[in-house]
Structures are given as structure tokens and as C-alpha cells.
Design a protein around this ligand. Structure first.
Ligand code: SF4
Length: 322
């Protein structure tokens, strides 16, 4: 197959768009879609200036998604005096896995001359994921603990770094899988949270902001294209799977989605288009007419929570009790 743009050998055929692209034009296409998403989500505030630059914290795990995100943001904004990029990595305490991916983070941030902060569960909460998996006091999948701890640290450190935005590398497949999982579980409250996670209009309301606004600039890009981009650009991504990866249900949804996408190209895009609207309606239903939430402070750590004690503190407590 030949590239639609230049006639060179195509490295990819995107069935959902019909495009055949060579390596150069695939990379250009991914970059263009990421930049469009950044624009459409209004990531760069109108009042950002060289005298008063915005700080964007990027969650950098060393996997292909966050590495591609960091590289493209650096290529786009690295010389823009209105934006300061900071990479934030989290060490979960997983033997033989996280040290290697942190090496990838260090290689990349050194190459790009980016500020890089590393925080760990061990230092922050006194727990390591390897021990959590062994104790498993709540009888849950490893990722269920890990997701709570990671979100907490990303939010806490984004705030400590005085971030204007917190950016993560979720791609289109991640987002469509999460949407279907929440939908199949009938979990409308969880769906409502998607409206916070994207830069929806409620996030821009200063009276309802409890967290640093989050954004996912890769959310229009299929996982396969992100992986191909990382490979073609020769980025230092760490691709080994975490030994505790255990989300069997997500795996089933992933298989289902890949099959649907094969038979009905464009399924992931259409799921997300409907999901964003559904999330907005769910946010209004579960958080009052304007979508805002009543949040207080956790009695232990002070982070925002709808209960007396936040979920992270409850989990740490139950791990310590074993
Ligand atoms: Fe944590 Fe699960 Fe990711 Fe492993 S796969 S790092 S346990 S969230």
C-alpha cells in the first residue's frame, strides 16, 4: 500500500478514516490531532504570558503513551515562554518493573532538558505495591489500590507544583474501554466523573474547582498509532507489562472493542462522542443542576473528599492493619 499523501510505502492503514500513511505522515497526523485537542480543550489560557507562564504537569510513567505525550508537548511548547512543562513520575514499588520505566523517564527528560520530579508510594504512604498485593486486605485487584494511590499523588503534587493543568497520556482505546466498563456496570456516578476528568465547562468554573484541571491530549489517538509513533520516533518507551496488571474485566472489554472496531471501524470514536454528552448529563443529575460537587477535606490528609476520610487514607489504614 502507498501513502495517500506522498506515495511512499505506507506503515499504517486506519480503517476508521480510510487513510494509508507512511511513517512521516503518520507522525504528522498524530501530532496534528494532539495539537487540535490541545486547542479545542483550551489548554493554554488566554492570559498566559512570558511574564506569567502556565505550568503544565505531565504524568510520565515511561510507557509509550506518556512518553509520546511528553515528546509532542515538548516539540510544540518547549520554546513557548508562556508554558512551563514539568514531568511527574510515580514509583509504585514494583520490583523489576518501575525502576526500568523510570530509566526511560530519565533518558527522555534529560534529552528534552525537562524538569522531572519522582515521588513514591513508599515515601508518601509507607506502602509498596508488591506488599499491597501480598496483603490484599480488601480482596481487590492490584490496580484498584494502585489507581487510588496514583490519582492521589498526581493531584497532590500537581497542586504542590502550582500546576495550571495536569496532563495524562490516556489514549482513545483507554478512554473507550473505561466508558464501556462504566456503562456495562451501570455506574452513572462514575460516568459523571468523566466530566471532571475532561476539561468540561464545569472545570472552568472557579467556584466548583477542587482539583487541578486535568486533560488527556492523546484521547483522540488509537493505541496502535501511539505505539507506532513511539517506535518510528525511536522514543525511549518502556514496554514491559506490569507483573500485577490484573484487570481481567478491562481485558475482556478490550477484546470486545477490538473486534467491534474491526467489524465496524470508528466504533471507539462514536462511543466517546456519545459518552462525553452522557457524562455531562450524568454530572448534572448527580451533582445538582450545575454539575458541581460538595467536597470537604479528609480528616487525615486534608485532600478533597465527599466523605469524612478519603479513599486513599481508608486503603492505607486497612493495609496497615494486616
Ligand atoms: Fe499499578 Fe495496575 Fe498499573 Fe501495575 S498495571 S502499575 S498495579 S495500575
Amino acid at each position: 500500500m502507498e501513502c495517500d499523501k506522498c506515495g511512499r510505502d505506507a506503515v499504517m492503514h486506519a480503517a476508521y478514516s480510510g487513510a494509508h500513511l507512511c511513517d512521516k505522515h503518520l507522525r504528522a497526523s498524530v501530532e496534528k490531532r494532539v495539537r487540535r485537542r490541545v486547542r479545542e480543550d483550551d489548554l493554554l489560557s488566554a492570559d498566559a504570558s512570558p511574564e506569567d507562564p502556565q505550568t503544565w504537569v505531565i504524568g510520565l510513567s515511561g510507557g509509550k503513551d506518556s512518553v509520546v505525550l511528553t515528546q509532542i508537548l515538548h516539540d510544540t511548547f518547549g520554546r513557548d515562554p508562556r508554558v512551563e512543562l514539568v514531568a511527574l513520575s510515580i514509583h509504585e514499588g514494583i520490583e523489576g518493573y518501575r525502576d526500568e520505566s523510570l530509566d526511560a523517564c530519565e533518558t527522555l527528560t534529560e534529552e528534552l532538558d525537562l524538569r522531572h520530579e519522582v515521588v513514591s508510594y513508599a515515601e508518601e504512604f509507607g506502602v509498596r505495591m508488591d506488599d499491597v498485593v501480598e496483603k490484599d486486605p480488601e480482596n481487590m485487584a492490584a490496580c484498584a489500590y494502585c489507581g487510588v494511590f496514583r490519582r492521589d499523588l498526581l493531584e497532590e503534587y500537581a497542586e504542590a507544583l502550582d500546576a495550571d493543568k495536569l496532563l495524562t497520556g490516556h489514549n482513545l482505546d483507554d478512554e473507550a474501554q473505561t466508558a464501556l466498563m462504566n456503562f456495562f456496570e451501570g455506574d452513572l456516578k462514575q460516568i459523571a466523573k468523566h466530566f471532571d476528568a475532561s476539561l468540561g465547562p464545569f472545570d472552568r468554573r472557579t467556584d466548583s474547582v477542587h482539583f487541578v484541571p486535568r486533560a488527556k491530549p492523546l484521547r483522540d489517538i488509537p493505541e496502535k498509532e501511539v505505539a507506532l509513533y513511539a517506535h518510528l520516533a525511536d522514543l525511549p518507551a518502556h514496554i514491559t507489562e506490569c507483573p500485577h496488571a490484573s484487570e481481567a474485566y478491562r481485558g475482556e472489554i478490550q477484546d470486545l472493542l477490538l473486534k467491534m472496531e474491526e467489524n465496524h471501524p470508528g466504533t471507539r470514536h462514536s462511543i466517546m462522542a456519545g459518552y462525553e454528552e452522557l457524562a455531562e448529563l450524568a454530572a448534572q443529575r448527580y451533582r445538582g443542576g450545575d454539575g458541581s460537587r460538595d467536597l470537604g477535606e479528609c480528616e487525615r490528609c486534608g485532600s478533597s473528599t465527599s466523605g469524612r476520610i478519603c479513599r486513599k487514607c481508608r486503603l492505607v489504614e486497612s493495609i496497615e492493619a494486616v
